[in-house]
Design a binder for this molecule. Structure first.
Ligand code: RTP
Length: 155
C-alpha cells in the first residue's frame, strides 16, 4: 500500500532549556524516532522573552506566565517538527502529563522530570496549535519533505 494514501500530520515539539542543559536531547529524540515518527525540521535557538510570550500566548492570564517565559527564554531550546500518523495526540502521550508527579512511568516526563516548572519538553496540544506553532517557529522552506525507508514498513 502506497504511503501516498496517508495524510500524515505534523506537530511542533520543543526540548526546553532544562532538557537541553540536562543532556536529554538524544534521549527525547530517540523516543519519537523509534516510535516511527519522522523528523522534518529542527533547529537550536535561544528564544527571546518576547518570542516565548508569543509561543505561550494562550497562558498569558495564568499566574506562572512570567516565570514560564523567563525559563523558556533562559537558554537553548531544540525546536522540531515531527511527522506521522496520529503524531499530535500520540506525541502528547509519549510526553506524559504536564505535572511530572502525575505523568506515568514510561513517558518522557514520567521517566525524566520531577516538577511542573521543569518538565523538559513541550508538544502541541491539537491540530490548530500544531499549525500555529509550526508557523511561528519555522519558515515553510525549513520543513523537509522526504520519504524514509522505514515508512514502507510502518504504513
Ligand atoms: P506544554 O505546553 O509545555 O507542552 O505543556 P502542557 O500543554 O502540558 O501544559 P500547559 O498547561 O500548556 O502549560 C504550559 C507549561 O507551563 C508550565 N506550567 N507551570 N507552575 C505551574 O503550576 C505550571 N503549570 C504549567 C509547565 O512548564 C507547562 O509545560
Amino acid at each position: 500500500l502506497s504511503i501516498f494514501f496517508f495524510q500524515l500530520e505534523r506537530t511542533f515539539i520543543a526540548i526546553k532549556p532544562d532538557g537541553v542543559q540536562r543532556g536529554l536531547i538524544s534521549e527525547i529524540m530517540s523516543r519519537f524516532e523509534r516510535k516511527g515518527f519522522k523528523l522534518v525540521a529542527i533547529k537550536i535557538t535561544v528564544p527571546s522573552k518576547d518570542f516565548a510570550q508569543k509561543h505561550y500566548h494562550d497562558l498569558k492570564t495564568r499566574a506562572f506566565f512570567d516565570v514560564l517565559c523567563d525559563v523558556f527564554s533562559s537558554g537553548p531550546v531544540i525546536a522540531m517538527v515531527w511527522e506521522g500518523e496520529g503524531v499530535i495526540k500520540y506525541g502528547r502521550k509519549l510526553i506524559g502529563a504536564t505535572d511530572p508527579q502525575k505523568s506515568e512511568p514510561g513517558t518522557i516526563r514520567g521517566d525524566l522530570a520531577v516538577v511542573v516548572g521543569r518538565n523538559i519538553i513541550h508538544g502541541s496540544d491539537g491540530p490548530e496549535t500544531a499549525k500555529d506553532e509550526i508557523n511561528l517557529w519555522f519558515k515553510p522552506e525549513e520543513l523537509v519533505n522526504y520519504s524514509s525507508n522505514a515508512e514502507k514498513w510502518l504504513y
